[in-house]
Design a binder for this molecule. Structure first.
Ligand code: SAH
Ligand code: SF4
Ligand code: F3S
Length: 469
């Protein structure tokens, strides 16, 4: 191998700092952005003030999420000014869903931003960075380059895959949403539903496993709407894709998120019965327990379909743990509607759930309707959360005394303590040596706490069997 002579500093890597907001798909995308920029000489650093390029990968789902981005941009303005005073230049980019939704409004509100690009432009990133770098930027004024095109080419064909950095890895199989719920920005920020081919997904899964992943979570805004050409011709559903993924040697666990109740088809339900690697946990958002509100939300399902689906899932996998998202105070929600949500929660029984106050989003149909007062939303949210917390704690307590296979994720702030996830997505804390990080161990659950489990390591190899609570 010959090594070309270079001037000192010529091949010095430039610092890249990515701050990620929002959902798991943003985390996955940030990994891919880092990977594509590594090919252009950028190396990730852990602090913004060590970086020459700062990317905020943003979320637009609720007002609070968006406001966080603008306050961070205010802080980064000072960072840019300090670098400029030293004769240096920090480039600042806004990516993700706020970028897609607000585009030029971002550069109008924060003119020190150099680049704004949406989730469908990430494969053009190296080119954008070079272009913005060459543009004149006086003092802290940014280059103000905006790219929010939904391109016809698939970014997946152009973005290098990210090797697994942890034992649990994400893999995007589907992006975008065609459902248009009345409250939601995702169809506008992520665009129309696109599925990747089974061959591409299987190849990326094999690569992730080779680089250390033992668990893969398939991602999509509507992951169970995934459909694509199977490896032996013919169209596959997500259930069939999962069955094929189970054949990847070295992969121990498969999960998928987020599903829409309407797209929970027979093959996917069957996969919960037939594929042991498919973990017994499902995030299946229902949003509300009132059929009237579900209609106003344009959810395209009622409580009947949801409850029937839960029943079929539990028949296929009796120990399946369920999670959901709820919105309280959607326009038109009455006290009676809200009580129907509490009833549905009692009927289903959740292992955990996320609940939010309705947040009006610009450009979505529900934002233009008469709003439920904030105080009413707050009061309803507190009641719902009290019930959900109670259910979660009871679910956690039921695990006491069982032995669970835990995929060890990392150490905690307490020296000698590790944390990992059990099959039902519960965080499990226990004492053990760091060398266990990334492996599957068995833990006897001693206590089921409000939000997590704690237990003791059981010596010997992990066994997925005999571990169900
Ligand atoms: N199907 C998607 C949902 C994304 S948004 C997915 O892949 O995860 C996640 C959750 O945020 C939704 O299920 C909904 O409960 C909540 N949400 C979306 N828009 C909202 C809004 N305007 N106000 C409050 N919560 C909202
Ligand atoms: Fe948003 Fe509804 Fe699509 Fe989920 S299904 S991403 S909530 S529009
Ligand atoms: Fe947020 Fe976009 Fe994900 S709005 S939740 S980052 S799809």
């Amino acid at each position: 191998m010959t090594v070309a002579h270079r001037c000192p500093g010529a091949n010095r890597a430039k610092g890249l700092f990515i701050k990620t907001y929002g959902c798991q798909m943003n985390q996955y995308d940030s990994g891919r952005m880092a990977r594509v920029l590594a090919d252009s000489g950028y190396r990730e650093v852990s602090r913004a003030d060590e970086a020459e390029l700062v990317i905020l990968n943003t979320c637009h789902i609720r007002e609070k999420a968006t406001e966080k981005v603008f306050s961070e941009l205010g802080r980064l303005r000072r960072l840019k000014a300090e670098a400029a005073a030293r004769g240096g230049r920090v480039m600042l980019a806004v990516a993700g869903c706020v970028a897609q939704a607000e585009g030029e409004e971002i550069t109008a509100r924060a003119p020190w931003v150099d680049m704004v690009f949406g989730p469908q432009s990430y494969h053009r990133l190296p080119e954008l960075v070079v272009k913005a770098g060459a543009m004149r930027a006086d003092g802290i004024t940014g280059a103000r380059l905006v790219d929010t095109e939904f391109s016809v080419e698939s970014k997946f064909d152009h973005l290098p895959a990210q090797p697994a950095t942890r034992a649990s890895a994400f893999l995007t199989v589907q992006e975008g949403c065609d459902k248009f719920c009345s409250f939601c920005v995702v169809p506008y920020t992520r665009g129309a539903e696109v599925s990747r081919s089974a061959a591409e997904v299987l190849e990326e899964a094999r690569r992730l496993v080779t680089s250390g992943a033992r668990e893969i979570t398939l991602l999509g805004q509507n992951v169970n709407a995934w459909h694509g050409q199977g490896t032996a011709g013919g169209e596959w559903t997500l259930g069939e894709l999962i069955a094929a993924l189970a054949g990847v040697g070295g992969l121990d666990r498969i999960r998928y998120t987020t599903s829409h109740p309407r797209d929970m088809d027979e093959t996917l339900i069957a996969a919960h019965r037939d594929v042991p690697k498919l973990m017994p946990y499902l995030h299946l958002p229902v949003q509300s327990g009132s059929d009237r509100v579900l209609r106003a939300m344009n959810r395209r399902h009622g409580t009947g379909l949801y409850l029937k689906t839960v029943e079929r899932l539990r028949a296929a996998r009796p120990d399946l743990a369920l999670s959901s998202d709820f919105i309280v105070g959607h326009p038109g929600e009455t006290e009676q509607d809200f009580e129907a949500t509490l009833d549905l929660v009692r009927e289903v029984g959740y292992a955990q759930a996320y609940s939010f106050r309705y947040s009006p989003r610009p450009g979505t149909p529900a934002a233009a309707r008469a709003q439920v007062p904030d105080a009413v939303k707050a009061e309803r949210l507190a009641r719902l959360q009290a019930l959900l917390n109670e259910q979660q704690h009871a679910f956690n307590r039921r695990a006491e005394g069982t032995v669970q296979p835990v995929l060890v994720e990392r150490g905690t702030d307490r020296s000698g303590q590790l944390v990992g996830r059990g099959p039902y997505m519960q965080a499990v804390h226990f004492d053990g040596p760091d060398r266990l990080i990334g492996s599957l161990v068995r833990v006897r659950i001693v206590r089921g706490l409000a939000k997590s489990l704690s237990g003791r390591l059981v010596p010997g190899p992990s066994q997925e069997e005999n571990c169900r609570p």
